[in-house]
Structure formats: C-alpha cells, structure tokens
Design a protein around this ligand. Structure first.
Ligand SMILES: *[C@@H]1O[C@H](CO)[C@@H](O)[C@H](O)[C@H]1NC(C)=O
Length: 135
C-alpha cells in the first residue's frame, strides 16, 4: 500500500491550530462574561474573611446546629450537634460562615466538622454550601 505514510508535521500543526480556535473563542467569551458580572451593580464585591471573635454568640451556635440538622436531612447519618468551636465570616450580599464544630456520629464518636453556611437574614435564606469532616 502507498497510503501508509504518517501525517507530516505541517498537517498536524494545521489540525492543532483548528482545535485551538474554539478554545480561544471560549476563553474570550468567559472573560467577557466575567467582566459583565464584575460590572453588575447588584452584586457587591465580597469582603475578606474575619475570625468570629466570640463563638459563644447564640446566633453562631444556632447556625452550627442548623448546619448539622440540614446535613442530617440530606445525608441521614444521625450526626448530632455539639458546639461550634471556631469560625470565620465574610460579608457578601448576606454573610458567609465557615464554621468548625464538634458533632457526635451514629457510633457515638465525637469529631470535628467543617460547615460552610450562607445566610441572608433579611430574606430568611440559609444555605448549607458544604459540610465535611474536618479530620
Ligand atoms: C461571648 O458571648 C456570650 C453570649 O452572648 C457572652 O455571654 C460572653 O460574655 C461573650 N464573651 C466575650 C468575651 O465577649
């Protein structure tokens, strides 16, 4: 057979240039979308994260308990809330909380967990963004 020669380098370069073009267009579109979001007045820029100075604050403890209840509603693993031991918060359109809390699992083992909670108090919105073992 005479058609068994491999593709030349010119041919493969043409191929990769063709493959690259849609990628470049995607990047341009993504950059434009990001710029549009950044310019939207309805979304204030998020501030930095600050340590929660007093985790004994009843609101913080209640939030930690709510996070465990919400986690159990989704995972049904029988986890029981102990207390929030530390955390950070970030002002957004509302507040983000990264809480470290103690909880007891179904086997009675006490362990630390990390809960990310978003709260917008004036719309009664709470969202458990993530919940995971902190070990
Ligand atoms: C922390 O908050 C609790 C509950 O509101 C309060 O009793 C305690 O005095 C506070 N501790 C400090 C150091 O502010």
């Amino acid at each position: 057979m005479s058609s068994s020669s491999p593709h030349g380098s010119t041919s493969s370069q043409t191929m990769s240039a063709r493959a690259l073009l849609p990628t470049l267009l995607l990047l341009v579109a993504a950059a434009a979308a990001t710029a549009a979001r950044a310019g939207a007045p309805a979304r204030p820029l998020a501030g930095g994260w600050f340590p929660i100075r007093n985790v004994s604050d009843p609101h913080i403890q209640e939030l930690g308990g709510w996070a465990v209840t919400e986690h159990v509603r989704l995972a049904n693993d029988g986890l029981r809330f102990g207390e929030v031991t530390s955390g950070e918060q970030q002002v957004v359109s509302g507040m983000n909380y990264r809480l470290v809390l103690d909880a007891t699992d179904a086997d009675g083992k006490l362990a630390a967990y990390g809960a990310f909670v978003y709260e917008q108090s004036w719309t009664n919105t709470r969202e458990l963004v993530s919940f995971a073992s902190a070990d």
